[in-house]
Write a protein that binds this ligand. Structure first.
Ligand code: ZN
Length: 221
């Protein structure tokens, strides 16, 4: 039975957040989405997200958080920086935006509070994480406590993908009945190409190898 509560989903139109969106639709009576605009190189990401939200019949808002790009240089927003194709051995990849999840989730919590919503859903995952510290479960739990203390609230940060690898994310999308939607309409590629993407960037490689391993698993059952 669905909880009678509402949830606010951090939504970018990618594979992970689309799976989270439909997970939320399955688990909550009313679902809202918020998409971040932070000067990403590929702004069609927002239009992809808008189209999926419309299809899912949930509300969709864009939040301008572009100030984060003023503070920190990174390859997702700065066109003069080439994106790291692999993770450097001794540092974080240059796709890392310091503090991004902390800032974004804080804004989302403020927005949720205004709407009277305490459930916040985010697609971060510790399993395939590229070394991003703010995708870890410890960080999310810590921020959950901090947000509750900061606003005297009882927020619950839900991370349905935290312990899933990409193959299991595909499996979840299949269980939710959105396998084809994820395959054909989401945008995960760092080069801004929807669906299968460029096939070369780290995001595409992860998505593709996860898909192959899920399809293998499925045919072997
Ligand atoms: Zn790509």
């Amino acid at each position: 039975m669905k909880e009678k509560e509402s949830a606010l989903v951090c939504f970018s139109g990618g594979q992970d957040s689309t799976t989270c969106l439909y997970w939320a639709i399955e688990n909550f009576a009313s679902v809202h989405t918020v998409c971040f605009s932070y000067g990403q190189k590929h702004s069609q990401e927002i239009e992809v997200a808008r189209a999926i939200a419309q299809k899912a019949n949930v509300s969709f808002e864009v939040l301008d958080v572009s100030l984060i790009s003023q503070l920190a240089d990174n390859s997702l927003t700065n066109p003069t920086i080439a994106m790291d194709e692999t993770k450097p051995e001794d540092s974080l990849p240059n796709t890392f935006v310091p503090g991004r999840n902390m800032v974004f989730l804080t804004f989302v919590a403020i927005m949720a509070r205004t709407k009277g919503i305490r459930n916040i859903v985010t697609g971060v995952s510790e399993t395939d994480f590229s070394g991003y510290p703010d995708c870890r479960d410890t960080f999310i739990r810590s921020l959950n406590v901090t947000l509750n203390l900061a606003m005297e609230e009882h927020f619950i940060l839900h991370t349905p993908l935290m312990w899933l690898d990409k193959s299991e994310v595909w499996e979840l999308s299949d269980q939710l009945g959105i396998f084809e939607l994820v395959q054909n309409e989401t945008l995960t590629c760092y080069n801004g190409i929807p669906a299968q993407g460029c096939g070369k960037c780290p995001a595409c490689e992860l998505r593709q190898s996860g898909l192959e391993s899920y399809l293998n698993k499925k045919t072997n059952i």
